[in-house]
Structure formats: C-alpha cells, structure tokens
Design a protein around this ligand. Structure first.
Ligand SMILES: NC(=O)c1ccc[n+]([C@@H]2O[C@H](COP(=O)([O-])OP(=O)(O)OC[C@H]3O[C@@H](n4cnc5c(N)ncnc54)[C@H](OP(=O)(O)O)[C@@H]3O)[C@@H](O)[C@H]2O)c1
Length: 302
C-alpha cells in the first residue's frame, strides 16, 4: 500500500488542533456526526470531556495530524499556528489542512505557501457563527483555496457547519469576506448604539427606542432604500443626484454632530462620518448621491 492509499483509508477520521471555545465546539460537532476524531491541545485536560465522548487524545500535534487525511486547526493566531505546526515535521505531507484560525488575507496566503512547500493541501476558512451554532444546519463557514480540496472534504466540512460556502481559488477570500461582514456588523451596531445614546440623553430608554429604530427604521433602510438593488450602481460607479445629493447628506451629517454636542453625548462617531462626506465632496462628488462615498472608500487615503 502506498502512503497516499494509507491516508485515503482513514476516510472518516478527522484531526483537530486547538481546543479553545471554538475548537471544543468544532470537536463536539464532529463527534455528533460520527467522525473518528483525534484532538491535540497545548493544555491536554481541555480534551477530557471530549475523550469521555469518544475522541482520541493525541500525545503530540504530529500524532494528531497523522491519524487523519484532514485536520482542522483553530488556534488564537498565526504565530501559534506556525509554532504548533512546525513541530509536526513531515506528518502533514499528502494530507489536507483546514485552517479556521482568524487572520488577514496575507496571513492566509503565507500559510498556503508554507503548506504547498511541504506537500500539504491547504484550505482557508472563516467561521461566521459563535460556538453554540457550530454544526447547526444554518451555520455558515466561508472557505477559499483549491476547489478540489473543498469538494473532496465537503462532507466533513458540512459536519462543522451545515452551510459551507466556497468563495474562490484566491485563498485570502474567506477571511476578506469575513472581515468585510464583521465591519458591516460593527458599523451597524455602532449606528444603533450611538442613536440609542442620543435618545438616552432625553431619558428615552433603549427598549422604547427599539420599537421604531429596529422594528421599522432598520428594515426600511435595508428594504425601501433597496441596498441590494443599488449594488449594480456601485459596480457601475453610477451615482445620479437627482433625488438627493451628497451635499444635502453632508448637511444631515452636520446636524447629527451638532445635535450630539448639544445633547452632551459622544460626538466623534457622527463627526467622523461627516468628515468622510466632506472628503468625498472635496473630491468632486458633491452633486452625486450618497453612494458616491464608495469611490472614496475604494482607495487608500492619499
Ligand atoms: N470564539 C468565537 O466566537 C469565534 C468565532 C469565530 C472565529 N473564532 C476564531 O477561532 C479561533 C479560536 O478561537 P477560540 O475562541 O477557540 O479561542 P482563542 O483564545 O482564540 O484560541 C485558543 C486556542 O489557542 C491555543 N493557544 C494559545 N496560545 C498558544 C500557544 N502559545 N501554544 C499552543 N496553543 C496556544 C489555546 O491552547 P490552550 O487551551 O492550551 O490555551 C487554545 O487551543 C480564533 O482564531 C478566533 O478568532 C472564534
């Protein structure tokens, strides 16, 4: 039997390195789906409960990866990842590494280069759900890298997230999508939190404000303002100002900053949005609509 045939025979076996809150959730999902799971963690006792549920505890990271054709790695950062994987020697050769450690697109590309040099098939992933949702049918996990690796291990990938999304061969794409979506989340959260702080300055509770803000206004922004319908305008750089110009929106942003100051609440956030609009106006987009801000966002600051 060739070494590759020996690896292929371990078809239901999965390795997992890293047992933080996310690693433990991944392990639980893999066990639930009936995989033969071998785990390794710097602090071995974190595997105790998993071992009682049928997981094998490896004595080293090399032992963990050698037990399976595919190994997930879920560590705190890339320094740790290299520290741990460097110690596996040649044990990963001919096997697949699915890296669910958060980082940047360049870190994912460097990890692909590191893996390719060692004959390791590499897939990068980004988990879009918190640990309790791992393994659930609606759990979205983003992947990028070689499509063959995604296709070959799709059944295993589906065990940790019922909705795995393959985004393309550029291995940096999964983490880039992840970063973009998280930015949307934080920007939206900050919008809601600052708006609630404005109302709090007049003794209106967040619960009271939520009915109008989240029950009516947010869905209206997404649906009636048709953000999805406007996406082709972004691709075409088409920003007609007939129904409202960026200059007009700048006026509104100035009102938000001034109102925040008057009400005695934190005014940096609206002022920053105001300054962004001012830069777009200075760049010649004043008579276009608000979407023209996109032109500013697409370039690094001069
Ligand atoms: N938790 C979430 O909600 C969530 C959601 C999406 C993505 N993620 C990503 O998933 C990854 C893991 O997150 P996590 O929540 O499980 O916890 P974490 O605190 O980011 O990572 C903990 C893991 O890293 C290991 N580790 C840290 N320093 C180490 C070292 N010097 N040598 C060896 N191992 C070391 C820990 O081992 P010990 O147990 O021995 O300390 C543990 O296995 C991160 O990249 C995170 O961004 C997490």
């Amino acid at each position: 039997m060739t070494p590759q045939q020996a690896i292929n025979q371990q078809h239901n076996h999965v390795g997992l390195i890293g047992l933080g809150p996310m690693g433990i959730a991944l392990a639980g999902a893999l066990l639930k789906q009936g995989h033969s799971l071998t785990v390794w963690n710097r602090t071995p006792e974190k595997a105790d409960d998993l071992v009682s549920r049928g997981a094998h505890r490896a004595g080293s990271a090399a032992e963990a990866v050698a037990a399976s054709p595919v190994t997930f790695v879920c560590l705190d950062n890339y320094d740790t990842l290299y520290r741990v994987l460097d110690a596996t020697g040649t044990a990963l050769d001919g096997r697949t590494l699915v890296n669910l450690t958060s980082g940047t697109p360049n870190e994912a590309r460097a990890a692909l280069a590191w893996s390719t040099e060692r004959g390791i098939d590499y897939l990068d992933g980004a988990i879009m759900v918190p640990p309790p949702l791992v393994g659930e049918p609606e759990a979205v996990i983003l992947y990028s890298g070689r499509q063959g690796a995604f296709d070959e291990h799709q059944k295993t990938l589906r065990s940790v997230g019922g909705d795995p999304r393959y985004l393309g061969a550029d291995v940096g794409l999964a983490v880039l999508y992840n970063t973009a979506l998280l930015e949307m989340m934080y920007a939206t959260m900050n919008g809601w939190l600052h708006a609630a702080a404005l109302l709090d300055s007049a003794n209106v509770s967040a619960r009271q404000f939520a009915e109008l803000a989240l029950g009516w206004f947010m869905p209206a922004v997404v649906d009636y303002a048709s953000l999805a319908d406007q996406a082709p305008d972004l691709d075409a750089a088409h920003y007609p100002g007939a129904l409202g110009t960026l200059e007009m929106n700048l006026n509104a942003l100035q009102h938000i900053t001034r109102t925040s100051e008057e009400q005695g609440v934190f005014s940096d956030q609206p002022r920053w949005m105001q300054q962004i609009a001012e830069q777009a106006v200075a760049a010649g987009h004043g008579s276009q609509n608000y979407l023209a801000i996109y032109e500013l966002f697409k370039k690094a600051r001069p």
